[in-house]
Design a protein around this ligand. Structure first.
Ligand code: SAH
Length: 455
């Protein structure tokens, strides 16, 4: 028999919000049928209008608040919610930190791992303007070149000048570049017809160094008036040490293409992290919240309880940040990373810090781990810091076979963390201390954490 949904599109209902979903949406239930509602917090009584009905859930929008939560703060700008730049902007920061702690616990509970303890999330003093990197699309809106961010689940650009969570010097730089592109009539990218020149602007700024890199991601090989635009950037933004054109001519959602042309200055900028110097290329991964990254790495290092004779593996090592921070405490570090350019950066970074007991390989972590295992490598500690999809199960097999004392897992996705912890448990590795969330992404739903697994 076909189930009929208890709500109807466009109808209004009175509901009480019961929960906050992992996407930061308020969840209300009518006859056990969940309705997901933006900008609604647990405990709030609201009037909701149903906007979409699916087979087993619906979406709605708040039409009025009957009561509001003590955890609510006023929206700074509704565009931050519409774009997802700051999905949790309506929640006090202390409640955001609790939400993230809870989120990690829930992901373990879903797998029946109820005994895993999760510590309170380590937050930051000023949870705004923390991002050291921006990637903004460039589009034509009402006949004018605009920069901003996409409306959630779409490619409609909402023009934004103050991005709230980015270094304000970066916001400023984006406007300088935007205005120069307008002045010289450079055509913004048109996704539908795959026409136009500039697709995106990427800006990175060193938190300590204040060195800035500007990347113009273009569909076309040639940018008209390149010399004038470059001169304009250098004149207006004295912190800029590198201007790069990244050519991405494919019809793709991938932000960057394979080719980088240096238009001015260096191909890297440098910054420091835990007192070490790092050169960062345009296409290399670099943590976006430097204040919290230092706390995160220090925690990971402390929890690893490193000994001076230890051999360490740093899987998913990026430009070698964890590897180099660990190297001074141990005998030898082996890093592996899939992006060639990042591995080049890592090798260079070892040199500029006079660190010699590290070796970096460009490869898939899962393949390299299996190779190290068959070569007889016996690490004492393995650090893993994978992307959101988590670890390949074959990597877990190889790590367990190498029998390290500890695996320190830095995770940006608690769902895949919990899955991988369960796989490690099957290999005899267990959690003996609480999982520690560290807030790398205030105002957003993203959750970072450190977990230690021991034999
Ligand atoms: N530990 C580093 C990077 C962490 S981000 C830091 O904190 O800065 C994850 C890294 O994993 C990225 O650099 C990404 O390029 C890399 N990566 C993604 N898939 C990979 C794979 N299968 N094997 C190795 N590295 C991978």
């Amino acid at each position: 028999m076909k189930k009929t949904q208890p709500v109807e599109k466009n109808q209004e209902y009175n509901v009480t919000i019961a929960d906050l979903s992992y996407q930061g949406l308020g969840v209300a239930k009518i006859d056990n049928f969940p309705i997901f509602i933006e900008n609604a917090l647990p405990g709030e009584e609201i009037k909701v209008q149903i906007t979409k009905v699916k087979h087993s859930f619906a979406f709605g929008r708040v039409t009025s608040f009957i009561t509001t939560s003590p955890d609510r703060v006023q929206l700074v700008d509704k565009a931050y919610t519409q774009t997802g730049i700051a999905t949790l902007q309506h929640l006090t920061y202390s409640a955001q930190l609790k939400f993230k702690q809870h989120q990690v616990a829930v992901d373990f509970q879903k797998l029946g791992l109820d005994d895993v303890e999760v510590n309170p999330t380590i937050g930051m003093d000023d949870p705004t303007h923390y991002r050291n990197k921006a990637q903004v699309p460039v589009r034509l809106i009402n006949g004018r070149l605009e920069t901003g961010f996409y409306r959630k689940h779409s490619h409609d650009l909402i023009p934004i000048e103050d991005f709230y969570i980015q270094d304000q010097k970066i916001d400023e730089a984006i406007l300088v570049v935007r205005d120069l592109l307008r002045t010289f009539h450079v055509a913004p990218y048109n996704e539908e017809h795959h026409k136009g020149v500039v697709r995106n602007i990427m800006v990175r700024r060193g938190y300590y160094s204040h060195e800035m890199m500007i990347v113009l991601v273009t569909r076309a090989k040639k940018i008209p008036h390149t010399d004038e635009i470059v001169a304009g950037i250098l004149a207006k933004l004295p912190e800029v040490k590198s201007i790069i054109q990244n050519v991405n001519s494919a019809k793709t959602n991938a932000l960057m293409g394979p080719v980088n042309n240096v238009l001015a200055g260096s191909n890297v900028i440098t910054d420091t992290l835990l007192g070490l110097k790092f050169a960062i290329s345009a296409t290399s991964f670099y943590q976006i919240n430097p204040v919290q990254t230092e706390k995160l790495y220090q925690l990971a290092i402390d929890k690893a309880d490193l000994q001076k004779d230890d051999v360490v593996v740093d899987a998913y090592c990026g430009i070698g940040t964890i590897s180099l921070a660990v190297a001074q405490h141990v005998k030898k570090v082996y890093g592996v990373e899939i992006v060639d350019q990042a591995v080049e950066d890592a090798k260079h970074n070892a040199k500029i810090n006079n660190i010699r007991n590290v070796s970096f390989v460009a490869s898939k972590a899962e393949e390299q781990m299996s190779k190290w295992q068959s070569d007889g490598l016996k690490p004492d500690v393995v650090f893993v810091d994978p992307p959101r999809k988590g670890l390949d199960s074959t990597l877990i097999d190889s790590v367990a076979a190498m029998n390290p004392k500890k695996v320190v897992y830095v995770s940006c996705n608690p769902a895949t963390l919990a899955r991988d912890v369960q796989l490690f448990a099957g290999k005899g590795y267990h959690i003996n201390q609480p999982v520690q969330p560290v807030d790398q992404f205030p105002q957003t739903i993203h959750v970072e954490s450190v977990t230690v697994l021991e034999r």
